[in-house]
Design a protein around this ligand. Structure first.
Ligand code: LLP
Length: 417
């Protein structure tokens, strides 16, 4: 019944959504998102732990608003994400902006908006302190502990572009001091889709230790990275075990500390990944000899993860209840041979017109979608708590897509004869 759970709702309901709104369409489930937020919120009842949602995982404003209502703040990584969070009603103090090669004007915007600025290089720290003396900021360190589901997303390693080297912390402190700036927060993020929870625990130890070298720390942010199971028989991340081990460390730290300290985690994938799927329709079934391809109306322009990270997403044929018995590759409609969404999957015998659901696509699906091959983006539908569904992003037609493109490029269209 694994698929049933991951399908979010009855196959018939998904088919009705596909028929009503067309495909390709991302479908999200509000209740699943709320439940997952609730699980995290109740994890450390006796500790000063708060949760920030990593906006980059899924930035649909309806989803951000649900997560805000669940009491989460936001981890943002661009000034655009900061502006978006403000537009959905997040308070400035609940928005963390972890900069990465930020420009001066983005810095000015962040300061104007009063968000918590998390600085990842000595150069930027220097320019911040010079421009805004007698203020506060947070710094991101490079912990030299790294993990992630793919080398492209492990961020804490020695050669990573992110964060300030640990041996430069005294220098960071003295830059801040010379401008009367308080370094009130310290942060690290070791990677996404962490494979070994021990690495996250080691990072926690490192941050707790490092915070002792800074004088004015009032919060410590351990980043995100909690994995979700994509490929059977992957197990769920053992949250309770993690809670026990992390909780012990945090409680121990607080014992020796006078003064208020807050802790933050900033998960993205764990919150929304299992809460979304991508609906697509098969329009070609093609036997190429060694492989049989199911050709669909989506592709890596809509779900980049398989092409970029060799990521695995389960695929279900929601139009057939017959037993799986055929092996297929699921192909996209993009003009590149790497546009394969799933390889060697056993599915029921599939026909042109069948609908497929690509599962666990709520995180880093739509946010990484592009207009490659000049195609439209997918629609997005939210299944509400009352079971009804609403459209939270419409799909443009081909004509509207081109119209919008010509408008943005300021090209004056000519009529073809
Ligand atoms: N905090 C920071 C500073 C981050 O850079 C990230 C993710 C997160 C939190 C949230 O990580 P999560 O809890 O979602 O693992 N596109 C890739 C994932 C890239 C993640 C980038 N940073 C994928 O599809 O797997």
């Amino acid at each position: 019944m694994r698929n049933q759970k991951k399908l979010l709702t009855e196959p018939d309901k998904l088919i009705r959504i596909a028929e009503k709104w067309g495909t390709p369409t991302y479908v999200y489930d509000e209740q699943v998102i709320r439940d997952r937020c609730g699980t995290l919120r109740s994890l450390f009842p006796d500790l000063p732990v708060s949760w920030l949602y990593a906006v980059k995982a899924n930035d649909n404003p309806h989803i951000l608003n649900i997560i805000r209502e669940e009491g989460f703040g936001f981890d943002t990584v661009s000034y655009e994400e900061v502006l978006l969070c403000k537009k959905i009603g997040a308070k400035s103090r609940d928005i963390f902006y972890t900069e990465n090669n930020m420009t001066d004007s983005e810095m000015a915007g962040a300061v104007r908006d009063g968000v918590v600025l998390n600085i990842g290089s000595l150069g930027r720290l220097e320019s911040y302190c010079r421009s805004y003396p007698k203020t506060e900021c947070s710094i991101r360190i490079k912990p030299d502990i790294s993990d992630g589901h793919h080398s492209k997303v492990d961020t804490g390693n020695e050669d990573s572009k992110f964060g300030i080297r640990m041996d430069l912390l005294p220098e960071a402190q003295s830059i801040a001091k010379s401008h009367s700036v308080k370094i009130s927060g310290i942060h690290a993020h070791i990677g996404s889709g962490i494979q070994k929870p021990e690495n996250l625990l080691a990072e926690i130890d490192t941050l707790l230790e490092a915070s002792g070298h800074l004088d004015d720390i009032s919060f410590i942010n351990f980043g995100g990275g909690m994995p979700i199971p994509y490929r059977p028989p992957d197990e769920d991340f053992d949250l309770l075990h993690f809670r026990d081990l992390a909780g012990k460390r945090l409680a121990g730290y607080l014992k020796n500390k006078n003064g208020a300290i807050r802790f933050f985690f900033e998960p993205g994938r764990w919150v929304v990944g299992p809460a979304g799927l991508l609906l697509t329709q098969v329009n070609t079934v093609k036997d190429q000899g060694r492989k049989v391809f199911l050709g669909t109306d989506t592709g890596f322009n809509h779900l980049l993860r398989p092409a970029l990270y060799d990521a695995y997403h389960e695929v279900a044929n929601i139009s057939r209840i017959t037993e799986p018995g055929k092996t297929y590759d699921v192909a996209g409609n993009i003009c590149e041979s790497g546009d394969i969404l799933a390889v060697d999957r056993t599915l029921p015998e599939t026909k042109t017109g069948d609908f497929l659901a690509i599962l666990d696509a709520g995180a880093y699906g739509m946010t990484m979608a592009s207009h490659y091959n000049r195609r439209a983006l997918p629609a997005e539908i939210l299944i509400r708590r009352d079971g009804g569904s609403k459209i939270v992003r419409k799909r443009l037609t081909a004509e509207q897509t081109i119209e919008a493109f010509l408008k943005d490029t300021r090209y004056q269209p000519k009529e073809s004869s």
